[in-house]
Structures are given as C-alpha cells and as structure tokens.
Design a protein around this ligand. Structure first.
Ligand code: SAH
Length: 368
C-alpha cells in the first residue's frame, strides 16, 4: 500500500504540523532525508495536498513560468524482445498485431510534426532488433539534415554503450529510459529473470556519460510497490540528476500477468509529480499520456502541480491502437493535427502557454 492517507482527513494535529513543516523544508532545501521522505509518504493526507500542490506549482513557476514544452511522440515499433510483466507489448503477447514503421513513414510523420510546429521528436518503441544501429543512424541523420535546429529524443530501451554512442554521434540529443523502480527486489518482481536491475542503471550512467540529456522515471502503484520503494525512487533520482523525469500511473493490462492488479490513481500520481518537482526544481517533468488516459483532465492537473512538458502523439492513426503498452490509451483515433490543437486548447484552459522552442532544461546552455 502506498500513500495510505491521501484520501483521508488528518486526525492528529501534531502529525499535520510535522507534514507541513517537512513540505516547507522540501520547498526551501529541495531535499529531505530517507526517514523524512518516508514519514511524508506515510502521513501525507488530504489536508496537506493543496499546500503540496501550491508549493510545487510555485517552484515550477519560478524556473519555467507557465510554459509547457511540446514534444511530438512517434511510436516507431511495437515489436519487443523483452518481457516486462506490466507492459502490453511484451514479447509473449500474441493478441496484439505487430507493426513497425518504415523509414519513409517515419519521415512523413516528422515532416508533418515539423509543419505543426514541433521542434522535438521522440522516437519510441519496443526493443526491436530490426532497428539496428545502421538504420537508426540513417534515420537520425536524415531528420537532422531536413530539420537541423531540432532535437531528437530516442526511447528504444536498453542498448550497448557503443550503440548509444553511435546514435549520439549521428545526432540524437536525448534518451528516455525510465529506471522503472530503484528497488532491486521490486525490479525483479516486475521483470522476467533475463532482465537485470544493474544493467538498466548502467545504461542510464552510460547515456549520461556520452552526453545525452537523459530521462529516467518510474510508474506509481505497480504491484507490490511500497512507500519504501517510492522513497528509493526519489533518492535515486536525486543521485542520478536526470534532465527529465517521467512519472505515470501503472495501468493494469489484460494481456499481462498483472491483469488482476489494481492500477495507480490520479491523486497518487499527482503527489509523486509534485514531490519530484520540489526535489528537482529545474527538471523537465512531463504530464504523461498515462495520466491523461487514467483521467480526462489528468494531464492538466499535472501541469498545476509542477509538470511542464507534454508529448502529443504524432504516430500514424492506423498504428496508434497497436502501441498498446496499457489499455484505454487516449487519442488512438486521432491525427497529429488534431492532437496538436486539442493539446493547445487544454493547456490554455488551465492558464498555461505552449512553448514550441526545442525546450532544453534551463541550465543547459550554461553547462555546455
Ligand atoms: N522500450 C522502451 C519504451 C517503453 S514504453 C523502454 O524500455 O524504455 C515507455 C514507458 O511506459 C515504460 O518505461 C514504462 O514505465 C511505461 N509503461 C509500460 N507499461 C505500462 C503500463 N502497463 N502502465 C503504465 N505505464 C506503462
């Protein structure tokens, strides 16, 4: 059980005071000890949520104001050689039909995304051996040649150091690879025995070392997840210092071994997004599609509690439904053009504004 009190009233006033004190401390220091974080997750109640959310919004506003960076998400393949127990496109799923986009299809989607104003393209997929280093290199070079002042983000799972380096040298700028969980035991529960906790972490350190802007992250309310596990996630992220942190609710998929498990809730996810903003004032924090799929204004709510990135779908409408990492995914019948407009009106509706620049983190130019 995670965050056991967030739907309840706080009965004890001294606990309320301590929780408020810790939230204020987190706001000023951007850090807390392991014990303090654990206390916070155990005792945070409905009473303190507005304060947490306000602090997180204020923190985001200080660094990024009400700007929302836009990234076009292109789902290039749902073939996957991995067997992650939570994921709907795991290798054993015989129910979904598999697809991969051709180079030409990818370029067509990117052309359209560019014409809609996107300056960042996220190429995401299962771990599909078809997309060799040679092929990815060619695709990256072509996109960069067509649109030099843009950013390419890859999200293609675990690859070797040499492969990451080669794709970086071809022009990829960013890489999203959620650590999924910072607890080894939980990692093993969520993944088959041929996947290795240390190896995933090593991928993240390799990506950083090579020079990518790196995105890590985790799901909220996976089977067997505890507050201790969430504390480990928060502390691991503090140590890794990624440029982006993706946090979404776990959504149980009917073609996985976790089909009977309960999914994450809106409030649980918002709490983790808000705490992450307080711990990482400058990080890029997406309002995830999973949150938008869980609740019709889930992403808007995330913007109100510290998120500052949106990743609208730019995949061909025909293949969207097959990229089913979880079910009830939003926008599967839409076009890139429709998603672009829909997002803009949602963002404006909650007093935010779309930012169509490449959207690097604010410290990025100083660091280079
Ligand atoms: N193959 C790539 C991309 C994975 S999909 C990789 O390994 O990084 C992107 C993210 O979706 C995953 O990292 C995981 O955190 C999330 N995800 C997968 N299945 C999910 C589910 N059932 N519910 C919610 N999020 C899920």
């Amino acid at each position: 059980m995670i965050l056991p009190n967030i739907e309840k009233r706080q009965k004890n006033s001294s606990i309320h005071d301590k929780v408020m004190f810790l939230l204020n401390d987190l706001y000023t220091e951007s850090n807390l000890s392991r014990d303090q974080l654990f206390f916070l997750l155990e005792h945070l109640s409905k009473e303190e949520l507005p304060h947490l959310y306000n602090l997180a919004y204020k923190k985001k506003y200080t660094y990024y104001q009400n700007k929302v960076f836009m990234r076009g998400l292109l789902e290039i393949s749902n073939y996957c050689s991995r067997g992650c127990h939570y994921c709907g496109i795991h290798r054993q799923n015989k129910v979904i039909s598999r697809y991969r986009l051709s180079k030409e299809q990818i370029y067509t989607c990117i052309d359209e995304a560019y014409s809609l104003g996107y300056k960042t393209y996220v190429l995401q997929g299962g771990e599909d051996p078809y997309f060799t280093d040679e092929l990815m290199e060619e695709i990256i070079r072509e996109i960069k040649q067509r649109y030099p002042n843009t950013r390419i983000t890859l999200s293609l799972g675990e690859r070797s150091y040499a492969s990451y380096k080669r794709l970086y040298e071809a022009g990829a700028d960013r890489y999203l690879l959620r650590h999924e969980t910072a607890s080894k035991e939980l990692y093993q529960h969520l993944h088959p025995s041929d996947m290795d906790f240390e190896q995933r972490r090593e991928c993240l350190t390799n990506l950083k070392e090579i020079g990518y802007q790196v995105g890590a992250g985790f799901m909220v309310h996976t089977p067997k997840q505890t507050n201790q596990d969430l504390v480990e996630d928060l502390l691991y992220l503090k140590e890794l210092k990624p440029d982006m942190i993706g946090i979404g609710p776990f959504l149980a998929h009917s073609s996985t071994v976790f089909k009977e498990a309960s999914s994450g809730t809106l409030e649980e996810t918002l709490v983790m997004v808000a705490l992450t903003r307080l711990m990482h004032p400058e990080v890029l924090l997406p309002a995830t599609t999973a949150l938008g799929s869980l609740h019709k204004i889930g992403r808007e709510k995330a913007l109100k509690v510290g998120a500052n990135v949106l990743m609208p779908n730019i995949s061909p409408t025909a293949t969207r439904k097959d990229y089913e990492i979880y079910e009830s995914k939003i926008c599967i019948d839409d076009t890139a053009d429709h998603c672009r407009n829909c997002i803009e009106s949602r963002v404006v509706g909650v007093n935010h504004q779309i930012d169509l620049s490449v959207g690097d983190p604010i410290y990025y130019n100083e660091r280079r």
